[in-house]
Design a protein around this ligand. Sequence first.
Ligand code: NAD
Length: 472
Amino acid sequence: MRHFSLAYIDGAFVPVQGNEVVDIVNPATEERIGTATLGNRDDVRLAVAAARRAQPAFGRSTKQERIDMLLRLQAAVLARTDEIREATIEEYGGPLSRAQWVADYASQCFANAVKTLEDYAFTRQVGEATVVMEPVGVAALMTPWNSTAGSICNKLASALAAGCACVIKPSERSPIQAQVIAEAIHDAGLPPGVVNIVNGRGADVGSEISTHPGIAKISFTGSTPTGKAILRAGAETMKRVSLALTGKSATVILEDADLAKVMPLALSAGFLNNGQACIAGTRILVPRARLAEAIGYVKTAVAGLRVGDPRDAQTVIGPLVNQAQYDRIQRFIRAGLEEGATLVAGGEGRPEHLSRGYFVKPTVFADVRNDMQIAREEIFGPVLCLLAYDDEEEAVRIANDSPYGLQAYVFSSDPKRAHRVAERLEAGGVMVNAIRPALTAPFGGVKQSGLGREYGVFGLEAFLEPKTIVSA
Ligand code: NAD
């Protein structure tokens, strides 16, 4: 049993002011593996004060000094890659291959930021004016539980590259992962106050951050309702806000696609991270004439998916994060049945071979209409919908008929045609005939999937503000 009760403020691990203690439960075994004492508003005030003290000097640091800091962070996070992977598996049941990817990605974020920074011109001439890109000020980085290490490192790398001191608020559901990252940050030996971390609930720590006048910028990843609350709360002090939010992504399979090749890809886009991924392709659009064929592939593929111990390299789907998430998925499966969708694979309950853990059956529905609850709401578990369409126009219309627009996928044997369809989809990003993230290209959502972009130059500029200087 481990206990976590520290915040990281002003370059040191300090006892938290809050006193709420929460259990940490391994979702694969349902065993209590530790406890965490959560921070409160007082911890936030101390963290913001430390960041504000650090901001003036850090904001004036040179590009080279920031590159050196980012390289130190890269090395420190890289040294903890195994610990990050283990914490990711233990704390939320991320399957091994995904957990390894997240752990590798965490240090890569700093290397990517170094490259971006090396090529970036902070001063440029625009007409008669000199435009200087300045750090926006102290930034708050708030992250969800399903990608703790990745979200923190990605945001932190961009914020530091821009010259913003930070207050990080990880999810209260990921204290182990947050602790590993905090230790790596400490090892990097940055000036005190440049990075501060307070773990706690959204209702107090998150809310204090969203309203605190000392915070200039919020970079948030999480659900759309929380993103809206943060945007409203931040309006009073006119915080700059970037939001990476909920998805309900469409996978468009065009009628010329080789289903034997693309159905496994479409299913892995949907079941990514046990279905707990913002970019999961959960609405799979199939030409009506090929629906029966697609259902055949789904049945065979899902029957062969290993569900179980996330540490097992053969496992494709591990447990959901907690009992609440398990119950939520069951509700969605029941809703799908009640609304008249046809179960093609999976269904209610735990897989028969598992007696413990928050495991659900990977589930696929056919005969789904796009107005059904299971097609409109983000389920955040391994539950997918097959939607039939008659022609390309209808496919595009159904794909775009969603309040969300984070990611989309297009599969076709004709790359030009696939590209043409990709251009018509309302999404922040589209992957064509592949599942391959582009980690320096802009990432974010349109519509209610977010505001602003992360990664590369776009991610850097989210922490910068242009100043125009005109001289006689
Ligand atoms: P969540 O919105 O419940 O919580 C995210 C963070 O916000 C947590 O740190 C939480 O403590 C905090 N929070 C909650 N209420 C708050 C408030 N009122 N004020 C300030 N902070 C508050 O989301 P979650 O359940 O942790 O994560 C899952 C969601 O995140 C899904 O909707 C998923 O799609 C989304 N997500 C999006 C991306 C993306 O890049 N677009 C990536 C990962 C996850």
